[in-house]
Structure formats: structure tokens, C-alpha cells
Write a protein that binds this ligand. Structure first.
Ligand SMILES: [Fe+2]
Ligand SMILES: [Fe+2]
Length: 497
């Protein structure tokens, strides 16, 4: 019963073509890569930011007469934006190049500043003294940690500090409290994988906020025992509001921006997921290959600071297309005759290549996030199915030249560090299985050779992996493969002696 859809899928041999063209290329690509759009996103978000902050600093009358102070504020904010863009360009190329991610980042910043200004200036809040001790920056940074690498949060912790300083000219808060609690809150969120951990991160944030308020107020001589209730209440609300917003907002942003957070990824990393259960039943060889690829890729991603949980989950699902024509893939042959013996090389290659397209269709049917679908699409890039290409060339002999492009995967090449790591781990894991005697030096040689091939063939041209990162990935993969092959117990052979 569970595999009814799969049977229908096989019978029809036709995959429903319900997909948005703009999703793959065209408009979305144009939006993501256009420098004009990038310029518009950055300048508009700066403009909105300066409206929020100037409204807060100079009062609501600012809209009527544009003072030079507002213009100066706009220039200051533009300078901060410029510094942030240079930072992204230098250290977070994936995010700099992707306008959708830039827009998401701006939305998070604007939302945080907007909420903080509401708390500081709307009479409903200001009539209570404790509200001046409610900080929204921890929420902003927690949200950012769910979508972006944690190292970015530390830079933005200081940026929120500056905004806070501009908002209320609260120097100790801007310089000390906001950056420090924000940095701590993102650290608490780093390993968040479920709702309980989000609640825990919120409680820790409250505790750190209270501690810092007490320290800063004691150091600046502003400490007043009568205000202790307000300090405590403000700190508690800071954590509580963060928990409530983090429990709801990411899902909405995930839907709008089609970016996946760790919380959703965790649900997909459950090996009891229906699709993974089908994989282990129908294609056990592919399932075990996928688990190993996931482990290798996750460790490599962690070593270079890429999104390791995303890479792990991509590893689990990257070959689900092999649920169709399972028996044509070598890892599922189970010692029997190869199904390809009866087929021409070009037919075999077509079947092998089709697992990418089938995988994308199955993933869409199961509503897997776009990031996982990217992993499926990009894990082979535009590489050549060399074995069948060579066989096709042998079949026709020297009189004809076999077209290489007919034996290539459709691509695209890996577009992010995460899909590049997946692609590297996948190629190396598959090749390592054919090593006759996997000694450490052979493993090292094989990994070096495969990485060199991938690099020279241009498969890693579009993913922003640096040489240094490739070297780190290489070392991690060698270490894991060596451990894998050398922890297998060697059983003594039965002899007749
Ligand atoms: Fe594959
Ligand atoms: Fe694979």
C-alpha cells in the first residue's frame, strides 16, 4: 500500500510536469543575480531604516520638514550598509551574490528595528518603566542564526548595537548590553533543532540580559535597588518575546523566501521519514550510500563552517531518484547480473542520468524544501557518465565520434558550498567502494585525484569554495574514509588445517 504512488509512477513512466519555469531559471535567476535589484534592495532597506530611526530620534514631525540631520543619518546608515556589503562580498560570497538572501537579511534587520522602536515609543509600552529594558536585538540575531551562518551574527550584533545607540542615544546599552546579549543569544541558537531548545535559548537570553543590565548599571553608577523589578521584568520579556516570535516567524519567512531553517531540517533528518523508509526497503544499497555520504559531507561542512545539518539532510535525499529503476544502479545489484548488459551504452547512460530528474520530481511530490531539491539537482553537476561514454565510443569504433554532451548530467553545477560538498562526498564515497585494498595511502591518492578532476573539469567553478576550504574538506574526507575502512574487524579465514 505504502508504495502505491511508486507503482503508478513506474506504470506511467511519465512524471507530471507541474513546475514553475521561473523557479528554475528566468525571472528568479534574474532577480537573484541582477546588480540593479541588489542596489535597490540595499538602498531601499537603508531608506526604510533611516525613516524608522529618524522617526524615533526626531519625532513624527520629521516627515514634514526634511532636516539636514535626517540626511546625515541616511548617510551614516548608508556607510554602515556599505561596510556590511564589503563584509559579505569578502567573507560570505554566497549571500552577497544572492539577492533573495540579501532581501531576507534586510527584512530581519528592519523588523527588529521596527519592533524595538515600537517598544520604545508607542505610549502603550512607554507608560510601563520596565519596557526600556526590553531588547529586540537578541530576537533579530536568533532569527538570523536560523537562516545564516552563525559567524555573521557577531558582526550584526555590533550593528544592532549602533542602531540601538542611534535610537535612544543609550551609550552603555549600545556599546555593551545589546552586542553582548545578541551574540550570546545567537550562540544559544546555534544548535537549536526543536521547540524545546528554542525555549531554552530564550530563557538563557533572559538570564544573560538581566546579568548584563545589573553589571552595566552598577559600573555606570545607575544601579537602583527600586528598579530591580523593572530590570528583571524587562529581561524576562526580552527572552519571552524572542521565544514567541522565533516559534512562529521562521515558518512564515521559510514560506515566503523558500529558505530552510534547522528546525525544519531536523524533521527531515529523521530516518523514519516516509521517503527514507521507502529508500531502505526498495533501494537498500542507495540508502546505505546516502547515509555514508551524509556523514562525510556533514563533517566536511562543519570543518569549513558551512551549514552542516543542511548538508547532512541533502546527503540523505540526494539519490531518491534511484527509487525508479532501482536495479540499474550498481549499489543495488546485490551480486547479480548487471542490468546494463542487455542495454546499449546510450540507453544505460539515459537511465543513470534520469535519477536526477526523477529525484527532483519525487522531492517535489513530497514537498521537500528547495534547498534539498538543489542538492538533488546539483550533486552530479554537468559531469560525464564516463563508463558508458567510453563503452559507447568502443561500440561504434573509430569511424564515429560519440557526442560527449549526450553522456553528461544536465546540471547545474553546484551553486553553493553546501551542494559542492555534497557532490564531492558523493563522488568520493562511490569511488571508494571500488578500492580493492583501501590502505591509507590509496585512500589519500584516490581522494586527491577525484578532487583534482572535479576542480579541473570546472565542476566547482560556480560554488565559491576557496582553495583553503577544499584542502580542509580533503583532509576531513581522507580521515573519515580511512577510519571507515580501518575500523572494520578482520575475521580470521577458516582453514582446513
Ligand atoms: Fe546521484
Ligand atoms: Fe549518490
Amino acid at each position: 500500500m505504502a508504495f502505491n504512488w511508486l507503482k503508478k509512477f513506474r506504470e506511467k513512466k511519465k512524471i507530471p510536469k507541474k513546475r514553475s519555469q521561473a523557479e528554475d531559471k528566468g525571472l528568479l535567476k534574474l532577480f537573484n543575480e541582477s546588480y540593479w535589484i541588489k542596489f535597490a534592495v540595499v538602498s531601499l532597506s537603508t531608506l526604510f531604516l533611516s525613516f524608522f530611526l529618524s522617526g524615533v530620534i526626531y519625532g513624527p514631525s520629521v516627515g514634514k520638514e526634511l532636516s539636514s540631520d535626517v540626511f546625515i543619518l541616511f548617510l551614516v546608515l548608508l556607510a554602515i550598509q556599505g561596510i556590511l556589503q564589503i563584509y559579505l562580498w569578502l567573507f560570505e560570497k554566497d549571500i552577497f551574490a544572492n539577492n533573495k538572501k540579501q532581501l531576507l537579511l534586510s527584512v530581519i534587520i528592519l523588523l527588529t528595528v521596527f519592533l524595538q522602536s515600537v517598544i520604545l515609543h508607542v505610549p502603550f509600552f512607554t507608560k510601563h518603566a520596565f519596557t526600556q529594558f526590553i531588547f529586540m536585538a537578541p530576537f533579530g540575531l536568533m532569527l538570523m542564526t536560523l537562516f545564516f551562518p552563525i559567524r555573521m551574527s557577531f558582526i550584526f550584533a555590533f550593528v544592532f548595537g549602533v542602531y540601538m545607540g542611534l535610537m535612544k542615544r543609550m551609550i552603555p546599552e549600545a556599546v555593551f548590553i545589546v552586542p553582548v546579549i545578541s551574540a550570546f543569544s545567537s550562540i544559544f541558537m546555534k544548535e537549536v533543532r526543536n521547540r524545546y531548545q528554542i525555549t531554552k535559548a530564550g530563557i538563557y537570553t533572559s538570564a544573560v540580559t538581566l546579568m548584563l543590565i545589573l553589571i552595566v548599571h552598577s559600573m555606570t553608577g545607575n544601579f537602583n535597588l527600586n528598579d530591580l523589578k523593572d530590570y528583571t521584568f524587562g529581561a524576562l520579556v526580552t527572552g519571552l518575546v524572542s521565544i514567541l516570535l522565533i516559534l512562529t516567524l521562521p515558518y512564515i519567512l521559510e514560506l515566503i523566501f523558500r529558505e530552510v531553517t534547522n528546525v525544519s531540517l531536523l524533521e527531515l533528518s529523521d530516518l523514519n521519514h516516509k521517503l527514507l523508509k521507502e529508500l531502505v526497503m526498495i533501494a537498500p544499497g542507495t540508502y546505505h550510500h546516502s547515509i555514508t555520504v551524509a556523514n562525510i559531507a556533514e563533517a566536511a561542512a562543519e570543518a569549513i563552517g558551512a551549514r552542516s545539518l543542511l548538508v547532512r539532510v541533502m546527503g540523505y535525499y540526494h539519490d531518491i531518484g534511484k527509487l525508479i529503476k532501482t536495479e540499474y544502479f550498481s549499489e543495488n545489484e546485490a551480486g547479480g547480473k548487471s542490468m546494463h548488459l542487455k542495454l546499449s551504452a546510450s540507453m544505460s547512460s539515459l537511465i543513470i542520468i534520469s535519477h536526477v530528474k526523477n529525484g527532483v520530481d519525487i522531492a517535489r511530490r513530497y514537498k521537500l524544501p528547495r534547498a534539498i531539491i538543489d542538492g538533488i539537482k546539483e550533486h552530479h553537476g554537468t559531469s560525464l557518465v564516463y563508463y558508458f561514454y567510453k563503452r559507447a565510443q568502443d561500440e561504434v569504433g573509430e569511424k564515429e565520434v560519440v557526442k560527449e554532451e549526450n553522456f553528461r548530467y544536465p546540471g547545474p553545477k553546484p551553486q553553493s558550498k553546501e551542494t559542492a560538498i555534497l557532490s564531492v562526498a558523493d563522488t568520493i564515497e562511490a569511488a571508494s567502494r571500488s578500492l580493492a585494498e583501501p590502505s591509507p595511502s590509496r585512500i589519500k591518492g584516490l581522494v586527491g585525484e577525484l578532487l583534482k578532476d572535479k576542480y579541473i573539469s570546472g565542476e566547482l567553478d560556480e560554488c565559491n569554495l576557496t582553495f583553503r576550504e577544499l584542502k580542509i574538506i580533503k583532509e576531513v574526507v581522507i580521515r573519515l574514509l580511512t577510519a571507515r575502512f580501518h575500523t572494520r574487524p578482520v575475521y580470521p579465514e577458516k582453514t582446513n588445517a
